[in-house]
Design a protein around this ligand. Structure first.
Ligand SMILES: Nc1ncnc2c1ncn2[C@@H]1O[C@H](COP(=O)(O)OP(=O)(O)OP(=O)(O)O)[C@@H](O)[C@H]1O
Length: 619
């Protein structure tokens, strides 16, 4: 199959199209709110844990804030008036220590609880995201770049994790601390407390001024990272091609560009952060100076006790700490909303190819399917404005072997994609045994139709797991039997650990032919009623191809089989050969009949002979 997907995806760039696209800010904000709400619903089952976190925070912070108050009592009520005793000081020290221990215990419990809840929430989001992606139709993968999806599943969920573990913690803990400090300050001296709060509007103005700058910086850094990952992922999977075409230097240059953009975005983001945070530091210090000045004068004028001033200075220091924390977490919050939006963008995309509603679903058991296939007046195009197949009628009979040949891009693989429901037809219907395939649950359809492609996909895992696709209900003996059947047993037995040999990603330790034999065995195990081979033998040497052809003959017995091939030798013995051009079937019949017709097929045959590709055409 022509890998149009790769081209389409690289054209689309690293970013998946967003639902709101380049729409207005209001639209984007609305979408962020929706995604935030959706993500927060994941926290709902943990509401009691959050109540516990709140309670622990309250106790921990209260214990912290009582400490300066205790010192104030010691100074004003005892030390300053010279009325103290060793016993009292020991008592005070014991209470102080007790408060420190209480603060430690509750902060510890609250932190652990929050980590536990946060990690669980993110693990569920990640699980749902992966499950959702694996249910998406092929058109989704045409639009969403694989690199972006990898970023979504890995780093976006990680960002959300820091929201639940850091941002929420900060909101609960620091927010509560702020409120309690204000209460304590007003309790001690309302006038001085009033002066301390003068800085609050200044803080709000600074936060608003920095808001959009910080958000832009974060978004930019995330986008650059996502593009860098996408570029790396694409290059790693295409490394073979890059080396074969000596494109290392060119790719290095392109990587360097992406890397530099990412670096610059990160530096800009860090710079904004530093300016933002330092501004708060300056404000904090200014408030402290003001407090020392006003409080000091009041103490000198004997209108304020030294202990109260001490407690105020402690509270002012503690006051800026949570504000600083909350504003710092604001940055994480910014990136969280971007990540949540991106994840929700995926989770809210419905698969274009949907399973039938229960009442509409066919109950025909896959093993009882006869294998009659009908394309009834089918029209389809990958894009609405570019129809590829128009009003096609095609009927395949149970047990028939049909070969499909045609020039590159004629639409052969597209027919197969439609039969597998990777895409839905735009018009008309495709039926198996008289039932519209849209009425089969997809799991059943894929048990009925078995597909072997030119590039078999093997997963990292043992050979035996790859043959039975990790299904425990298929026995080892059944899998080995299938490998014997397709002639793969000898090859597998020669491997160091035989059937338990572990394959690396995509089975890269095996040759293309060996990988193909394993995928043939996989099909034998699953016994589909309709078998499709899309250029499945193109990568095999003539000896292996012969093995596979023999296996194919046995496997295809009693099954409707469709074989797509450029090598005419692969299809010339088929019951019927279809010749495709520009999405149309232009000729059909047996090899002899088509040669006698002296049309497109006869031309292809003659060209192949003239090209000296005798083995390819004589079988
Ligand atoms: N996912 C896709 N998105 C958009 N266009 C596509 C997609 N897949 C295929 N096409 C286009 O549809 C047409 C038919 O492609 P198809 O893969 O069916 O051809 P084919 O006959 O199997 O070709 P080949 O013999 O090279 O495998 C081509 O023009 C191709 O570029």
């Amino acid at each position: 199959m022509t890998d149009r997907n790769a081209e389409v995806r690289s054209d689309a760039g690293a970013q998946a199209p967003s639902r709101h696209g380049s729409g207005s800010d209001a639209g984007a904000d609305q979408s962020k709110r929706t995604s935030f709400k959706a993500m927060m619903s994941y926290a709902q089952p943990h509401k009691w844990a959050f109540a516990g976190i709140f309670f622990c925070s309250l106790l921990g912070i209260s214990a912290d804030l009582l400490q300066p108050y205790l010192v104030k009592i010691a100074i004003d009520d005892h030390l300053a008036i010279g009325q103290t005793s060793v016993g009292f000081l020991v008592q005070l020290a014991a209470i102080f220590l007790g408060l420190a221990v209480i603060s430690f215990i509750f902060t510890y419990v609250q932190n652990n609880l929050l980590q536990h809840v946060g990690q669980n929430i993110v693990s569920r989001i990640r699980k749902d995201l992966f499950k959702h992606i694996s249910k998406m139709s092929m058109s989704f993968f045409d639009r969403f770049h694989i690199g972006s999806l990898v970023t979504n599943v890995s780093s976006d969920t990680e960002t959300i994790s820091s929201f639940f573990t850091q941002v929420l913690l900060s909101l609960i803990r620091d927010g509560m601390m702020l409120v309690l400090i204000i209460v304590f300050m007003f309790q001690l001296d309302p006038v001085l407390a009033g002066y301390s709060l003068i800085v609050l509007p200044v803080i709000a103005i600074v936060a608003v001024l920095f808001r959009s700058r910080l958000r832009r910086a974060y978004q930019n850094a995330r986008t650059r990272l996502s593009r860098l990952i996408a570029f790396t992922a694409e290059n790693l999977s295409g490394m073979f091609l890059i080396q074969a075409f000596h494109q290392e230097e060119e790719q290095k240059k392109r990587f360097k560009e992406q890397n530099t953009l990412h670096l610059k975005a990160n530096i800009a983001q860090a710079r904004s952060n530093v300016i933002f945070n330092r501004t708060f530091d300056i404000l904090g210090n200014a408030a402290l100076v003001m407090m020392v000045w006003l409080g000091g004068r009041a103490v000198l004028g004997e209108s304020l006790q030294v202990g109260v001033l001490y407690a105020f200075i402690s509270y002012i220091r503690q006051f800026f700490q949570p504000i600083n924390q909350i504003t710092m977490q604001w940055n994480t919050f910014q990136s969280t909303t971007v990540s949540m939006d991106r994840i929700w963008n995926i989770l809210s995309t419905r698969p274009e190819v949907a399973d039938p509603k229960p009442g509409n679903a066919s109950t025909l058991e896959p093993r009882n399917v006869m294998g009659q296939i009908d394309f009834n007046d089918v029209s389809f195009g990958y894009r609405a404005d570019r129809p590829l197949i128009q009003h096609m009628n095609l009927h395949l009979y149970p047990g028939e072997m049909v070969g499909i040949v045609g020039t590159t891009g004629a639409g052969k693989s597209t027919l197969i994609s439609l039969l597998n429901r990777f895409y839905d037809v735009n018009q008309g219907s495709i039926e198996i045994d008289g039932i519209d395939i849209r009425h089969f649950p997809q799991a059943n359809l894929h048990r009925i139709v078995g597909l072997i492609q030119q590039e078999p996909f093997l997963f990292s895992g043992s050979i035996i797991d790859n043959v039975r696709m990790f299904r425990e209900d298929i026995t080892r003996e059944q899998a080995i039997q299938a490998c014997r059947f397709v002639g793969a047993h000898a090859m597998i037995s020669r491997l160091p650990q035989g059937y338990d040999t572990r394959l690396s990603e995509r089975g890269s330790g095996l040759s293309a032919g060996e990988r193909q034999l394993i995928s043939f065995a996989r099909i034998v195990v699953f016994q589909p009623r309709v078998l499709i081979l899309d250029e499945a033998t193109a990568n095999l040497d003539s000896h292996t191809e012969q093995l596979v052809q023999q296996a194919l003959e046995s496997v295809s017995q009693g099954r409707t089989t469709i074989v797509i091939a450029h090598r005419l030798s692969t299809v010339m013995h088929a019951d019927r050969i279809l010749v495709m051009e520009n999405g149309e079937i232009v000729e059909e019949g047996s090899h002899q009949k088509l040669i006698a017709a002296e049309g497109v097929y006869a031309d292809l045959y003659t060209h192949a002979r003239e090209a000296g590709n005798d083995s390819a055409i004589s079988g």
